[in-house]
Design a protein around this ligand. Structure first.
Ligand code: MG
Length: 403
């Protein structure tokens, strides 16, 4: 019998992590969990550790002792913070790393895993947006592999595997449209964080829920697709598909298209990634009854309502640190919105202002910070992201009347 696949799960207690745990419970003899990480959810991490018996854990800085008190096996090695995530990625026992954390904190672990040349199941889109150019260099040098866990990208990955890349005309990502697809535009300024956190199709963390509501999530996913699949941005588009049954479509030059369908359930892309080594993974997701699906609808995205989509094309035309900068700006704006400090429509306004700012730098290179216009290292990528965050916080500190 084939030995079980040895995995590390970075972000085990989040919404994607919980889906992965369900698959592990369905396939106990096929998957061997070497390590788990969580940020601050110590109770859930401890109960997972006591049940799955990993050798190593990682938690937020300063929390190791409190975690240890909750563990039955006191010999488990516990790391802390971002350096701890890198330790888990560097573990020679691990064949497959799942990077499921939210935000930019996973990028160093991703780089470490790619330098080991292993397979990475990646739902952390920020790392690709920040360091896409560098990630592709690492993949080419060390021959690692990224399997996208983001449902749209996983669909495109599977459809692209079926044909020659030179046959492809266009990649199409689907978007559920978020909670405000049919909401009148003139009511947008009154949208509250509570309303925006309610997604119609997917249960997700708060950052990605707000991003779905502004459709910034789709903007970030277009950027992600550009780096993951290396197609020019002109060949990548997005359409609204409220039912979230078709996740991605690849259009071929002769005129036919290949689409991937499935329930909106993260266990599907996760099971695909786990099964690549040849294992028969039971996802636990029921088969779709096509006769009960009803109508599948597809619409163009209303970019007047959701101008965020166009930002992807603007920053990808610039390249280098521009996508990382945009990510940083958005990250900060989502925080401000969740704390009720800005309105929903302020997010759109400030994103647009920030893109004008970054364009200015690319047209006036002598005035631009090098990390923004010439990305060479991981530190450059992180600096560009931070520069975006700082742009927003400075804007608020200066109390400029921008609205
Ligand atoms: Mg997605």
């Amino acid at each position: 019998m084939k030995p079980p696949i040895k995995i590390a799960i970075l972000g085990a207690t989040g919404s994607v992590g919980s889906s992965l745990i369900k698959i592990i419970d369905q396939n106990p003899n096929l998957i061997d969990v070497q390590s788990l990480s969580a940020n601050k959810n110590l109770d859930l991490l401890a109960s997972l550790a006591n049940r799955l018996k990993p050798k190593k854990l990682c938690v937020a800085a300063g929390m190791a002792e409190r975690l240890l008190a909750k563990l039955t096996d006191k010999t488990i090695i516990i790391y802390e913070g971002e350096p701890g995530l890198v330790e888990l990625a560097n573990d020679k026992q691990v064949d497959l790393l799942f990077l499921l954390v939210a935000g930019v904190h996973g990028i160093k672990a991703l780089f470490a895993a790619l330098k080991r040349g292993i397979r990475v199941g990646l739902s952390n889109k920020e790392s690709v947006i920040l360091g896409g150019k560098l990630i592709n260099q690492l993949l080419a040098t060390y021959r690692g592999q990224i399997i996208p866990i983001d449902s749209e990208h996983n669909a495109l990955y599977q459809c692209l595997s079926a044909r020659r890349l030179s046959d492809v005309n266009r990649l199409i990502l689907t978007a559920s449209g978020g909670p405000f697809l049919n909401y009148p535009r003139n009511s947008f300024p009154k949208i509250t964080p509570r309303q925006a956190l309610k997604h119609p199709m997917w249960e997700m963390g708060s950052k990605i829920s707000i991003d779905s509501a502004t459709m910034m999530n789709k903007c970030l996913e277009i950027i992600e697709a550009h780096y993951l699949f290396k197609f020019p941005v002109a060949q990548i588009s997005a359409i609204v598909h409220p039912q979230s049954v078709v996740h991605g479509i690849v259009e071929f030059k002769e005129g036919s298209s290949l689409a991937l369908m499935g329930q909106p359930d993260m266990r599907l892309p996760l099971s695909h990634c786990l099964g690549i080594g040849g294992d028969d993974i039971n996802s636990g997701v029921p088969f779709m009854d096509l006769t009960k699906l009803g109508r599948l609808e597809f619409f163009e995205i209303d970019t007047k309502k959701f101008p965020t989509i166009n930002l992807a094309y603007e920053v990808l035309t610039l390249g280098e640190g521009a996508p990382a900068y945009l990510n940083g700006v958005n990250q900060e704006l989502v925080e401000e919105f969740l704390q009720d400090k800005i309105s929903f429509t302020d997010i759109f306004k400030i994103l647009q202002i920030s893109v004008e700012r970054v364009k200015y730098f690319f047209h006036n290179l002598s005035k631009a910070p090098q990390f923004l216009v010439n990305q060479q290292t991981l530190d450059d990528a992180l600096a560009a992201n931070f520069y975006g965050q700082e742009f927003v916080s400075k804007l608020f500190k200066s109390k400029k009347t921008i609205f």
